[in-house]
Design a protein around this ligand. Structure first.
Ligand code: AMP
Length: 192
């Protein structure tokens, strides 16, 4: 199985690149942010709980997030591999993912970390907010909280996988196709 973590701050292009990568490598795309938004849209208890954190730009608790991810993976036992987009966002989530994959006889293949500076990120998120309808994409305070959360709680995940030589840094600025080519080169290098 090819298990890929698409990593990077909010607005770094993970969703855009994931959509292209799933086509090329025939992978299941799991975005925990999209899963939470679907739960909110369906008015579930899980959605209601997640919303209270998302509206502040904070992380949804690990146990809630990990259980949701597990049940999503159980719905697709036949898959060839996964792109994890927006997950794991904390060290406990990374450990839970490793355990889950180990129990399936597999592991994280590679973590691709998209690097984009803060100024560019804020500009992109605000632009996305005009069409996305996401309240967390329009309020400058929430956007800043999301960036701070990424720096304090999420960046250690890239360091955690770096210990195992699995973290690859990719420039997240340039054209969508250029960034895609750079991601593919890193993936193809671990596939040979
Ligand atoms: P995203 O669409 O990935 O930018 O996620 C939007 C929001 O959903 C985040 O700001 C968090 O509040 C929540 N969220 C998404 N993924 C996770 C995760 N892995 N752990 C905790 N919260 C998450």
């Amino acid at each position: 199985m090819l298990n890929l973590i698409l990593f990077g701050p909010p607005g770094s292009g993970k969703g855009t690149q994931a959509a292209k990568l799933i086509e090329k490598y025939n992978l299941l795309h799991i975005s925990t942010g999209d899963l939470f938004r679907a739960e909110i849209g369906n008015g579930t208890a899980l959605g209601l709980e997640a919303k209270s954190y998302m509206n502040k730009g904070a992380l949804v608790p690990d146990s809630v997030t990990v259980n949701m991810l597990k049940s999503k993976m159980e719905q697709h036992p036949e898959i060839q591999g996964v792109i994890f987009d927006g997950f794991p966002r904390t060290i406990p989530q990374a450990q839970a993912l490793d355990e889950m994959l180990t129990s399936k006889g597999t592991s994280v293949t590679i973590l691709l970390s998209l690097v984009v500076d803060d100024e560019e990120i804020i500009e992109r998120i605000i632009k996305r907010g005009i069409t996305s309808g996401r309240s967390d994409d329009t309020d400058p305070v929430i956007i800043q909280n999301r960036i701070n959360t990424y720096k304090s709680q999420t960046t250690p995940v890239a360091e955690y996988y770096a210990q195992f030589g699995k973290t690859k840094v990719v420039k997240g600025v340039g054209s969508i196709d250029e960034i895609f080519e750079n991601l593919c080169s890193e993936i193809d290098a671990v596939l040979v």
